[in-house]
Design a protein around this ligand. Sequence first.
Ligand code: G
Ligand code: G
Ligand code: MN
Length: 399
Amino acid sequence: MGELNLLVVDDSDVQRQFALDLCRTLGVPRLRDARNGALALDQLRQQRADVVIVDLEMPVMDGVELIRHIAKETLARAVIILSSKDPVLISSVGTMAEADGLPVLGTFNKPLKQDLLHCGLKQLDALTAQKDKSQRVEEVTARDIDIALRSGYLTLYYQPKLTGKGLLLKGVEALARWHDPVKGTISPDQFIAVAERHGLIDLLTRHLLEIALQQKQQWQRRGVSFNLAFNLSPLSLADLTLVDWIAQLTAQYGIAPGEITLEVTENALLGELASSIQTLARLRLKGFGVAIDDYGSGFANAQQLSRVPATELKIDRALVHNVATRPQQRTILQNTVEMAHQLQLVTVAEGVEHREDFDLLRQLNVELIQGYFLAKPMPADKLMQWMQTDLAPLRKQLR
Ligand code: G
Ligand code: G
Ligand code: MN
């Protein structure tokens, strides 16, 4: 628990002591407490905290108001929310906090449980690592992309998708990577959108698809077979020539369409619906798999989903991450999985980082699991090495 500085805010003496005792048991070195929101705010303004555990129902200033102040004045790095009220209410306060830029490590019903608290507090380190990463944002220009395409700076990494039961390697997702000799590694978040804005996305997509298919062909020649998933830009779905050139290229490399899955983000399916659906339907007719990506991050509803000719539903990291410490999120996830199964879709959980989440997902019958907990995206040669050396121990450990 390092140097952790934690504040417990609860109007009930008994509950407050209980939470403080749990924190002591977990070895939190610096502990403070406050009886209501107003007193907590005074304390935090004098000295900020790493984590504040907030009870929602309190006199003088309730937890909701306190959390807004903490977020607006950045008085803590993260909060944990407690209540004896309806889980949906607790969860919506959590959503509010995160919308204000305040990370939530857990939203729990009272009484607080030690293992849940421990699991929540452990997230803080990951949070810090993420922050450091997101601060380095560089602008990429259309010209840079053009040069990168010509110079071969763009490559693909591959992230395994494993079955929850048995940990079989069912597929990999290809993820674009840009290794620039001057700027270092540039993330797709920084160049896909620029390519889309400057009319370079088709060029980029073809370039990357060709790399992917070439790689797939090599694996095939070595007798290794698993599905390959490839991300398509929503813009590409409006392109009526897309299906033909994907089919052509796939055939050219001697790959069966059933071995390829095309991923499209949920939000792509909201706008230009008719032409998107036409494109996806034609891909399906030709035998390709179609995955709805980032499901749960946007606003697609079940009815819209049922109209999309998909084979797979990828549940967004936002619904998956820390699900084991958020009981109400678990309910949403469970319903999503059931709905997907009723629509005959294979479910994939994205962004699984913890053992606790992995165990829960397996229990909820999510077929495929993808995330740092099992394997990070890696270059093709690394993937082969990973299959040979890391996969068997992983299976043993998670049996
Ligand atoms: O690894 P990650 O940082 O790899 O990817 C960030 C985002 O970029 C994700 O939303 C992912 O879907 C998207 N992305 C990654 N590779 C590609 C690609 O080849 N094409 C498109 N259109 N999006 C990609
Ligand atoms: O949007 P899409 O699902 O295509 O993007 C996948 C993104 O998620 C990529 O940026 C990939 O690098 C990233 N990713 C994969 N596994 C994990 C994980 O366990 N945690 C986090 N934070 N990101 C992940
Ligand atoms: Mn994807």
